[in-house]
Design a protein. Structure first.
Length: 182
């Protein structure tokens, strides 16, 4: 099987369902950003972090494939059965954040991204996740998008922030707090 098809050489691509759209279409930008996010999650997942986090990050990657597939489908023409998100996927992120927060000091300042390499990757992924959320909300204004997807992306960006704090704590690295110059 060849990877290249040459069908996109003129700047068009196909959605699931066969609809051809320009490669700059908002739907393409949405699932492309999800793919970028998933790649960063993979980078975090393969770092030297607790196996519990690695396992959850692998599950998050699976959910992001679900989100990407849904975004890649033309809601009016696709007949393909695509997996969907469940409320339990959102609840899992919330539960994990609550558990990590119980072990972290109270947040009294804004946190500057950084601390160590894996924490920096978490912050990059968090920013990409926020962009994916913004794009998906924009797409939802004109086309069907399952509301659980935007909620999931919102919680995932929060999860990545809390994970960054927890990984800093686990490494014994002080948080890089923002003290504004006044």
């Amino acid at each position: 099987m060849k990877i290249y098809t040459k069908t996109g050489d003129k700047g068009l691509t196909s959605l699931i369902g066969g609809t051809r759209v320009p490669k700059y279409h908002l739907r393409i930008e949405c699932y492309g950003t999800i793919d970028e996010l998933n790649s960063y999650i993979g980078l975090i997942q393969c770092q030297d972090i607790d196996a519990k986090y690695q396992l959850l990050l692998k599950e998050i990657q699976d959910r992001l494939f679900t989100v990407g597939a849904a975004l890649a489908a033309d809601p009016e023409h696709s007949r393909m059965k695509i997996p969907d998100l469940h409320e339990s996927d959102i609840q899992l992120l919330e539960t994990e954040m609550d558990q990590m927060n119980e072990l972290l000091p109270e947040l009294k300042h804004f946190i500057l991204p950084g601390g160590n390499t894996v924490v920096s990757y978490c912050h990059i992924a968090r920013c990409i996740c926020r962009r994916a959320e913004r794009l998906t909300v924009q797409l939802a204004a004109d086309s069907f998008v399952d509301g659980k997807m935007t909620i999931y992306l919102n919680r995932l960006s929060d999860y990545l922030f809390v994970l960054a704090r927890k990984l800093n704590s686990d490494a014994g690295t002080a948080e890089n707090i923002w003290l504004p110059r006044l």
